[in-house]
Design a protein around this ligand. Structure first.
Ligand SMILES: [Zn+2]
Length: 241
């Protein structure tokens, strides 16, 4: 028996604005999230590290820099996954800067009003990542958390960088622009990507035109301010490079 999965449809739980307003506990398990896609990114309840979903496995990068296969019973306050089916595959000849890479993706997916799924597999001359510290209640706002984020710089490493390009009008629901996470080939290192210089590798992209948004039924989500003044600026600070 085969299960039919919708290709390149984005499934998202909660919103970026909710995360920004310290709604760090969601009601969806990672196990349930993985029934909606085999590719994507997010975080864990209590902001206990960054998540990358690659090949159907959710990897957790905690603040101590250690990576592990995330237990199915952990929950997520924000995550985006899809059943990724590349529409275009091209070779990247490094060195390729972040700016050049984003330009390349924008050329391949030349409709700025659609989401895009993006995966680069190959060599990284350099990749900088950050992760987050597990938070305790009362939760501080995300901008305070990321001000103290642990960062890592890796050089000459093979791995995969994947995630999404989100159209500008979706700011607040998601993160407008590029949002990518990294996983090293040995699956020991990774996190939220802030900067990189790519070597040679393979770039795969797909347009995403369908969105499935699951909102938390929690009290914290009900009480959150999801349209604060300065939302755009705050998301750029929290999620940018
Ligand atoms: Zn991230």
């Amino acid at each position: 028996m085969t299960t039919h999965h919708p290709k390149n449809r984005l499934f998202q739980t909660s919103t970026m604005a909710a995360l920004l307003d310290a709604v760090y506990d969601g009601d969806m398990t990672v196990k349930e999230l993985l029934t909606h896609g085999n590719f994507g990114l997010g975080t864990f309840n209590g902001l206990d590290g960054e998540m990358i979903v690659e090949d159907g496995i959710a990897h957790q990068f905690r603040a101590d820099g250690l990576a592990s296969d995330a237990s199915g019973n952990l929950k997520t306050p924000f995550a985006c996954v899809t059943w990724f089916e590349p529409e275009k595959t091209v070779t990247i000849d490094g060195p390729c800067t972040r700016e050049e890479f984003e330009h390349r993706v924008n050329e391949l997916i030349d409709n700025p009003n659609l989401f895009a799924g993006i995966r680069f597999t190959g060599h990284f001359n350099k990749v900088e990542t950050r992760t987050v510290f597990c938070q305790h209640k009362p939760y501080p706002p995300l901008l305070e958390v990321v001000a103290n984020q642990p960062t890592f710089t890796m050089t000459d490493m093979n791995g995969v960088m994947l995630g999404f390009r989100t159209p500008p009008y979706m700011q607040g629901i998601n993160v407008a622009g590029f949002h990518l996470h990294f996983l090293s080939e040995n699956q020991k290192h990774g996190g939220h990507v802030t900067e990189y210089l790519l070597g040679a590798g393979k770039l795969e992209v797909a347009r995403i035109s369908e969105l499935d948004l699951s909102l938390p039924l929690t009290k914290a989500f009900a009480e959150a301010d999801l349209q604060p003044v300065g939302l755009n600026e705050a998301i750029r600070t929290a999620e940018g490079g």
